[in-house]
Design a protein around this ligand. Structure first.
Ligand code: AMP
Ligand code: GLY
Length: 423
């Protein structure tokens, strides 16, 4: 079978890496891919939002399954389009992907179906939002309604900061349509975890637990990014927390989406805030997390292709997923300045050394090729992912890989996985 993966980040490199190991697969294509993906699959120079172009390519190449990585094509309805044309596709339909595309939708859904989440209100006008902020005080969280590439959430430490975030979003044009509505919500304390599950709209199969590191600097300092590193398993997700997340978050959400006439098929990602035995939902994503996908797929023992196929076919009742009894840790190596402005085009050295290391894989995200050399081409450049018997071993392995690789201005966190060790 031929498989097409859509996207170009570390998540898609991990998906391609895992899919290519399947005995069911003859050939893997990736749109648009990146130079790391190009070493193990065939990159196709199309755009992820060029839905007609993607459909024509999939038909022409007789693709047996298309796997959608990022949220943009999902929210544009790529799954609906492929299904209308009888093409098998893994991902959430447009009316289900709204769970990520609109924060107001997902908050209202959680309220209606009793999924635990922060207290909130949705606003389209500045004045009532300010009144709400002044009433509740800081810290308080302001979120642009729509997709804002990870930049639409302001965790405000003061009332002034929250008020100016609301003004920026509602009266400025900084967020375009994404900012025409805002969610203002209660600040939650605790430790975050990424809880992912495959679902066919009825059955739910959780993936292994994982934790992301959103802030750019060590000890969770500095602005939020797409994620500076991740590990699995995450000990904060104890068996009791796992059971609660399955019942109160995943089950209620999947049933709620079905009841709304928006059956959810694909991978559902819940960002959780865990505080003692309390589990609250920060957000939903309609896709695999990145970088979480990298350590998760390093730990997946089962062939992923029958799982993705079963989801696409709408029946995962016969699926069982086995995990390696090992830990995996991904350290993101980023361009200095990210998530703000950063330079591109710096030559990356040491990839050949890292490639020779056991239990280590370097997933590419923002890389380019210049005269046969790998160069930086994005904010998050590489996901250096190590595996070990324990989280401590996996951390050591990942940082051994990181130490071998360098470029001018490289930035990475030196504390990925530390929270797991303190438990
Ligand atoms: P979101 O995209 O909604 O997950 O928000 C991005 C990040 O902002 C989360 O991963 C948290 O670190 C932080 N965050 C979002 N909502 C809250 C909240 N209600 N309380 C505390 N932190 C939050
Ligand atoms: N790592 C967080 C996300 O993928 O949204």
């Amino acid at each position: 079978m031929k498989i097409l993966v859509i996207g170009s980040g570390g998540r898609e490199h991990a998906l391609v890496w895992k899919i290519a190991q399947s005995p069911l697969v003859d050939r893997v294509y990736c749109v648009p891919g990146n130079p790391g993906i190009g070493a193990i699959a065939e990159n196709v120079p199309l755009k992820v939002d060029d839905l007609p172009g993607l459909l024509a390519f999939a038909k022409r190449e007789e693709i047996g399954l298309t796997v959608v990585g990022p949220e943009l094509p999902l929210s544009l309805g790529i799954v609906d389009l492929f299904e209308e044309h009888g093409m098998k596709v893994f991902g959430a339909r447009r009316n289900a992907a709204i769970i990520e595309a609109s924060k107001a939708f997902s908050k209202d859904l959680m309220k209606k179906y009793h999924v635990p989440t922060a207290f909130y209100e949705v606003f389209t006008e500045v004045e009532p939002a300010i009144a709400f902020i002044e009433k509740h005080g800081a810290p308080i969280v302001v979120k642009a309604d729509g997709l804002a590439a990870g930049k639409g959430v302001i965790v405000a430490q003061t009332v002034d900061e929250a008020v100016s975030a609301v003004r920026d979003m509602l009266s400025g044009n900084a967020f375009g349509d994404a900012g025409s509505r805002v969610v203002v919500e209660e600040f939650l304390r605790g430790e975050e975890a990424s809880f992912l599950a495959f679902t066919d709209g009825r059955n739910i199969i959780p993936l292994a637990s994982a934790q992301d590191h959103k802030a750019v600097f060590d000890n969770d300092k500095g602005p939020n990014t797409g994620g500076m590193g991740a590990y699995s398993p995450a000990p904060v997700v104890t068996p009791a927390i796992h059971a609660k997340a399955m019942e109160e978050v995943m089950r209620r959400t999947v049933d709620g989406m079905a009841a709304e006439g928006r059956p959810y098929r694909g991978v559902l990602y819940a960002g959780l805030m865990i505080d003692g035995d309390s589990v609250k939902t920060l957000e939903f994503n309609a896709r695999f997390g990145d970088p979480e996908c990298q350590p998760l797929l390093m730990r997946m023992k089962s062939d992923i292709v029958p799982v993705l196929m079963a989801v696409a076919d709408g029946d995962i009742s016969g699926i069982d997923i086995e995990w390696h009894d090992m830990a995996a840790v991904c350290v993101v190596m980023a361009s200095g300045g990210y998530p703000g402005d950063y330079r591109k085009g710096d030559v990356i050295s040491g990839l050949d050394v890292a490639a020779g290391m056991d239990d280590l894989y370097v997933f590419h995200a923002g890389t380019g090729l210049d005269n046969g050399q790998f160069v930086t081409a994005g904010g998050r450049v590489l996901g250096v992912t190590g595996r070990g018997t324990t989280v401590a071993d996996a951390i050591a392995k990942a940082y051994e890989g990181v130490a071998a690789i360098s470029w001018e201005g490289v930035h990475y966190r030196s504390d990925i996985g530390k929270k797991a060790l303190s438990r």
